[in-house]
Design a protein around this ligand. Structure first.
Ligand SMILES: O=C(O)CCC(=O)C(=O)O
Length: 270
């Protein structure tokens, strides 16, 4: 079967770019066609269940593990998933939203919120990443529509400029403390469904969460994390960041550009 279109240009207008930079995220419709989702979705899903190592019943897990099955770096294990992650459309959008010449892959990560899966507590992704600047972006790519009952990703508008709470990993404490401070600081909550083909992009420092999946089906989502092609590795300092360095940058020197074998450039403006 011919490869469905994951490469053509998705023209972003000035308002969409401005709202990403002002609000810390943007939700965009019709980014992926039903054909693309039908082609890649089942392959990603079968890799998630093949590679998943979480086999405890939901009620025996902690809050983090109740939120989703998490399987990363699938691009290194499956050629079709690699093809999807290498798609030029999403990578170019990431570069244009960030306003950089090019982006590298940081990693991919599938996040499957099972039926009965719990909330994804408030957090900011960059807490986990030993990276030198804020030009990082997660593309959150639902592999079906996400109605409210499945736990769509929700954002605190403008929160990427707010620093308190960045030191908290995903936990009951992050849910309580960041949730409280987002209310106190009056950051509006954007908690809305996703259509089929809609994709969101959020900065690494944007605070976000997701509700539980009260539907009878899993919420299948792929994410691709892109970063400025010139971003550097910084001293990890925390256990979580040491883990990321070991996974994604074992061949990069502290202070050096993140140009190791796990983090190739995916898009560079001609
Ligand atoms: O999918 C979720 O529930 C959380 C996703 C998330 O935190 C992310 O993609 O950064």
């Amino acid at each position: 079967m011919a490869k469905p279109d994951i490469d053509s240009h998705y023209p972003l207008n000035a308002d969409q770019i401005a709202s990403f930079r002002r609000d810390g995220y943007v939700k965009l419709k019709h980014v992926l066609s039903p054909d693309v989702i039908q082609h890649y979705g089942p392959i990603i899903t079968s890799e998630v269940y093949r590679l998943n190592t979480m086999h405890l019943p939901i009620e025996q897990r902690d809050t983090y593990n109740k939120a989703f099955l998490q399987v990363g770096n699938i691009w290194t294990k499956n050629e079709t998933v690699k093809e999807f992650c290498w798609g030029q459309r999403l990578a170019r959008m990431a570069a244009e939203l960030l306003g950089v010449r090019g982006v590298r892959m940081y990693h991919d990560q599938a996040l499957y919120k099972e039926s009965g899966g719990g909330v994804t507590p408030w957090h900011a992704d960059q807490y986990y990443w030993p990276l030198s600047n804020a030009n990082t972006v997660t593309a959150w790519i639902p592999l079906q529509a996400v109605p409210m009952g499945m736990g769509p990703l929700a954002f605190a508008k403008g929160s990427h400029k707010f620093e308190a709470g960045r030191e908290l990993g995903i936990s009951d404490e992050s849910e309580a403390r960041i949730g409280r401070s987002m209310k106190e600081q009056n950051y509006p909550l954007d908690d809305t469904p996703f259509d089929l083909g809609e994709v969101s992009f959020h900065y690494g420092w944007t605070f976000h969460r997701a509700g539980p999946n009260v539907s009878s089906k899993p919420r299948a989502v792929m994410t691709i994390i892109y970063m400025d092609e010139d971003i550097k590795l910084v001293e990890p300092h925390t256990k979580a960041r040491e883990g990321d360095r070991a996974h994604f940058a074992s061949d990069v020197e502290i202070g050096g550009v993140m140009n190791g074998k796990m983090t190739p450039v995916l898009y560079h403006a001609a």
